[in-house]
Write a protein that binds this ligand. Sequence first.
Ligand code: C2O
Ligand code: CU
Length: 443
Amino acid sequence: METNTKVVEYHLEASAFRWQISSDKIIEAWGFNKQVPGPELRANVGDTVVVKLTNNLHEPTTIHWHGIRLAAGMDGTDAVQKPISPGETFEYRFVVPDAGTFWYHSHANETVQMERGMYGALIVEDPTEEIITDAERVFIIDDMKVDAKGVFTKPRWFIPRVVERHDGRQGDTLLINGKENPIIQMFAGHRERWRFINASSARYFVLDLGGREFSIVGTDGGLLESPRPVTSQLITPGERFDIIVGPFEEGEVFTMDSLPYNRMTFLKAKRENFATIHVGPSAPSVAHVPHTLRAITQLAESHAEINRRVVLSVGPSLKDGMDFLINGSAHVNDKPVKVGELQVWEVVNASLMDHPFHLHGFFFQVVEENGLKPAFTAWKDTINLKPRSKVRIAWMPDNRPGTWMYHCHILEHHEAGMMANFEVVADDMPIREIKAHTHKHHH
Ligand code: C2O
Ligand code: CU
């Protein structure tokens, strides 16, 4: 068989190490190759990516390749893989079929492992793409809940514990690429592409560049159809946005902030500073951003008939103060879907707080939002739902049968039960057999 795909190989080591986040703060991080974020992985569209992961932590781990349309067995969830024990090595191998800003992160004990830094970027480039910029940067947003000495803090008493479970863990130590308030130097006159990834547990990041306009050119599943000029953009946990910034003038100094966003938590929303941009001397620009980036075919009409409802809710619980549910239950096994059968799901947020809904392994299009057709078409894998809101999403299960999942990307909500596994089944597979296999709590 003739194939011209290149193999791109990486070796990642998961371990605990000390990581300097600012001149006076060192944390006990967990991460990949002793850095936070882990190494930036890059490949071209169509390449085969091979990642050997050696686990040198004291507990099992896995990696989930967030946004990559890979085979189910490589998805990194405990439904498809035995977590990698300390001392063991596992080889992930998959083709990257789409260009875009993706990321990898631990999918085991996430509220601890991701909190401590187990994440990194996976950038898939398309050499034929027409956007040309003067520079490209990846910004991974995170926050940590550490004390003045850099020690991770956990709520000890019932009420603070309930608050953290309700709100998700949100810390005051704000990080861009593992550093507190970094300074970003750029040339005057340049236009750059900035790829944002929100790797935090629960922070709703509303990107603001001192009120300056920027253009969104891509999101979770790659480019939009055309650039969208905005002055701020909400990026919820799990989401990605590619933007074009500049040109700026020599001597300009401004901050990269997150604007207040009220996601109905106990925590009060406020404006917070993540980084500072210094614009230096001017340099010639070669940037070119076309008006048409690509065409995206609409998967379904906005009123297309629904074949599933997924209801996210939060209910009181005696044990933990709060339960986070899918269709009324915690940690759900949802019905299977068939390869090739268009899925139109209504995802409903029946609770009084926001949730970022994430589907593993497949991109969807939001075809309706609270009864309205969205202003533009995009490929997404994570979408925020405001309190008491609903979206209709359309997605196509292509021929990658196996166990997949969806969940709220606020890690504490996912852990508390706002998640479901489901099977994608090939047409000729007997559904009942597969279902019996996935009901692991059934005796
Ligand atoms: Cu980035 Cu299961 O998620
Ligand atoms: Cu949630």
